[in-house]
Write a protein that binds this ligand. Sequence first.
Ligand SMILES: Nc1ncnc2c1ncn2[C@@H]1O[C@H](COP(=O)(O)OP(=O)(O)OP(=O)(O)O)[C@@H](O)[C@H]1O
Ligand SMILES: [Mg+2]
Length: 485
Amino acid sequence: MSNKILVVDDKQMMRDSVGTTLQRAGYGVVVASDGNTALSMVAKHRPAAVITDLKMPEIDGLELLARLRQADDQLPVVLMTAYGSVNDAVAAMKKGAFDFIQKPFEGDQLVMVMRRAVEHSRLLRENAALRTVTAPQGDTPALVGKSLVMRQLAQQIHQIAGSNGTVMICGESGTGKEVVSRTIHAHSSRRDNVMLAVNCAALSSNLLESELFGHERGAFTGADQMRKGRFELADGGTLLLDEISEISPVLQAKLLRVLQEQSFERVGSSLTMQVDVRVIATTNRDLTAAVASGAFRQDLYYRLNVLPIVLPSLRLRTDDVPLLVEHFLLQLAMRDGREPKRFDDESIDLMKQYTWPGNVRELQNICERASVLSRGRVIKAGLIQPWLIAPEPTILIQPPGQPVTVPVPVHSRFAAPATMAVAPAPASTGNIRRLEEVEREQIVQTLGYFSGNRMRTAKALGIGVRTLGLKLKKWKEMNLVAQTI
Ligand SMILES: Nc1ncnc2c1ncn2[C@@H]1O[C@H](COP(=O)(O)OP(=O)(O)OP(=O)(O)O)[C@@H](O)[C@H]1O
Ligand SMILES: [Mg+2]
């Protein structure tokens, strides 16, 4: 891994002297004179550590530290503070600085601090590589947002993480239910133990039962080996039960028992097992309605709903759009090892007005698609505008000659969208063609960017890989794209 250190200071003399000392100690050095340049340099050079001055115009050291932490929380950042300013040093450490060094300092002192930072970085990265093998949940993603609701949420997460109660997270698809769950786990006393997740909607009732509780050998046809369930495997840690509304009445009863007594039996066994698991359940449906209709047990609902969190849809907190966009663009730049792109003001306005039926996940997809497809560093509104009008499949399945109806997303349980970004396009065949051409061009370009990899292309464009395959097949038959694609 790189042994580069990024030195950030607005004063050239300081950059030079710190840089030279570190170079003499054998480190690669890159320099930046302000916070924005520093962020780009981090994306481009992936240094092992950063040392930055605290007092700088525009973005100061603390703000830079906060932004770097959001983009990559493993990068150690050391702050240079004024001599004797304990407050500054404390503030820096509180905000997650790796260390601080008070000015004026000796060369040896500097080298010692930075050596520790670089070593720390190396160990963290090695650990992370190991963890991704043993625990596929990976690192906790950042939870970005400064709107009032998000600040309240942060406070709530902080309180909830300190307790052991069952959490119920309710919110539309893509609002960040999983990120919030992982953040709670990462801040709880269980953080050194595992966090596992089960999607309750993805499995049949029988399979889900054995997934959750495990089974003995021979418990049912095909059970040729004993298998531990998620409750057993998550002992001491956290279990995320996604889409809880989908579980069958039989399993609802079993789940109720685990929550009450922390005990269960493997399928096909009479041996009762005792575990210590914190449950976090999520749903994008209105569970109170399911309780009222009798589809969901009321006693289970109350057991789950001990610490409720309601995640607001993105259209109700569009203040967060610029920050989220900046976060995603920086993340993408770091992933691809290039400078971050940015949206022009008009794009940001468009995005603030859009209704975001797919919430933050949709915004993340738009950022990825736009940063792949835009040629320059600045992403123009014209590029993203077509994506913010209508979900594409509805338009494309229209046979030629039929009128086009551009659907406004309907969110039954949630308030109707206040505004649409742009009025729906008038019905005409010409429009279908143009949109289809735009789409084809985007898909072909994106495929090229990902060297023909359909999975990554589909992900970047926010469509299913099957949908992508069908479209390509159709276009090949019509000779609209190269047969080799
Ligand atoms: N506040 C946020 N800050 C940064 N990234 C976020 C935030 N909220 C969501 N994301 C990102 O958006 C994507 C969707 O989030 P997540 O998977 O947590 O949503 P979800 O509510 O669980 O969706 P679903 O109901 O479809 O399972 C993820 O890639 C996540 O990292
Ligand atoms: Mg989820």
